[in-house]
Design a protein around this ligand. Structure first.
Ligand code: 5GP
Length: 131
């Protein structure tokens, strides 16, 4: 069965899109640790990050780096943290999390955003990609 993220790639489930190219997609995490928490995924459905072929792995990191730089320009934070877990969704995803305090990195402290806030932050990060 297709992963929930493959359904997002295929447009069967909506997302707040941040960036996309032929092989990768970045979108906002629906249950964010912090405003601007973004997931970067390969369109190729693979469960575990270290099972990706080396080229896709390197390209995912390069894609994530670009998105992280755009988040850093957009969201007030001390830095953007990177985390790979995958215990919930078996489709490789890189968490990019704006960090101000250690709790932002813990996945136990969540923030709630309304739809308009999600739309606005996704648009702003997207715009910063080309600045
Ligand atoms: P992990 O697999 O790394 O433990 O966590 C999966 C992440 O995906 C969680 O932070 C969760 O909030 C996010 N997530 C799960 N389902 C969806 C979804 O349908 N849409 C979006 N945008 N994020 C999701």
């Amino acid at each position: 069965m297709a992963s929930i993220f493959t359904k997002i790639i295929n447009g069967e489930i909506p997302c707040y899109k941040v960036a996309e190219n032929e092989n990768f997609l970045a979108f906002l995490d629906i249950n964010p640790n912090a405003k601007g928490h973004t997931l970067c995924i390969p369109k190729k459905e693979v469960d575990k990050i270290f099972d990706l072929d080396e080229e896709t792995y390197m390209e995912l990191m390069a894609f994530s780096r670009k998105v992280a730089k755009a988040i850093e320009k957009t969201v007030v934070c001390k830095r953007v943290g990177i985390s790979v877990i995958g215990l919930e969704v078996p489709h490789v995803h890189v968490h990019l999390i704006p960090l101000n305090e250690m709790k932002d990195a813990t996945f136990q402290h969540k923030v709630s955003l309304d739809q308009e806030e999600f739309v606005q932050i996704a648009e702003k990060i997207n715009a910063a990609l080309t600045e």
